[in-house]
Design a protein around this ligand. Structure first.
Ligand SMILES: O=C(CO)COP(=O)(O)O
Length: 244
């Protein structure tokens, strides 16, 4: 699998910001890694016009119906998305999403031919209590549906306490978590688990990207704040392209 670098614009972005994507597309015309920008539904079709791969930030588990304000996976695909994030910690906390719902959303995304970037991550309290791996294995077991393949699914490890805080685990901690995730996925999904991409997310920036991308079983990143401006995101993309 090619490495994958994904931006997550969260609840940011209006038409005035599309120039950042046009710049990014010009800076990386023939990337050696997959570049995906996940953005607000209101912008997706215009984001897709830049030629970059585009993703939604969430989807409903149903394909259509009486769900005011929600967006379905086929709608994202129709707007030009090829990817979608499920299980982001901000969805889990802001909207009370549990693992079963995230699994249902993931299956809905697969049914619409969207590649899923499924997020897991421990809270600061769980981290301090030494429960990180227990939490992550439970999230993998209950939010990743049977039948996940490396072609349809990417896992993003995002420690909640590292999101938007400027804090990150140490490189050794990231390496230990990613190798435990790899072992767990391989035990369940065999060769697909061995090949499934594992992204790190949480305060990734140009100054720490190369160190993170040098770690075993880190196949890319999910980037929030530093994906909003081409000047910040481009060097992170370059760091992934240059990683061994
Ligand atoms: O939540 C994130 C990406 O999904 C990470 O956000 P930051 O890169 O802003 O810490």
């Amino acid at each position: 699998m090619r490495k994958l670098i994904a931006g997550n614009w969260k609840m940011n972005g209006t038409a005035a910001d599309l120039g950042e994507l046009r710049t990014l597309a010009q800076q990386h015309p023939d990337p050696s890694v997959d570049i995906v920008i996940c953005g607000p539904a209101t912008l997706l079709s215009r984001m897709a016009e830049t030629g970059l791969m585009i993703g939604g930030e969430d989807c409903h588990p149903a394909a259509s119906g009486a769900h005011t304000g929600d967006i379905s996976a086929p709608m994202l695909a129709d707007a030009g998305a090829s990817h979608v994030i499920t299980g982001h910690s901000e969805r889990r906390s802001d909207h009370g999403e549990d693992d079963a719902l995230i699994a249902a959303k993931t299956q809905a995304a697969w049914a619409a031919d969207l590649h899923v970037i499924l997020c897991i991550g421990e809270s600061e309290a769980q981290y301090r209590a030494g429960k990180t791996l227990d939490v992550l294995r439970r999230q993998l077991d209950h939010s990743v549906p049977d039948g996940a393949t490396a072609a349809t699914t990417t896992i993003a490890y995002e420690p909640i306490w590292a999101i938007g805080t400027g804090l990150t685990p140490t490189p050794q901690e990231i390496a230990d978590v990613h190798s435990a995730l790899r072992a767990h996925l391989t035990a369940r999904f065999g060769e697909d688990g061995a090949q499934m991409r594992l992204l790190y997310g949480g305060s990734v920036k140009a100054s720490n990207a190369a160190d993170i991308f040098a770690l075993d079983h880190v196949d890319g990143a999910l980037v929030g704040g530093a994906s909003l401006k081409a000047a910040d995101f481009s060097p992170i993309i370059t760091a992934l392209e240059q990683a061994r």
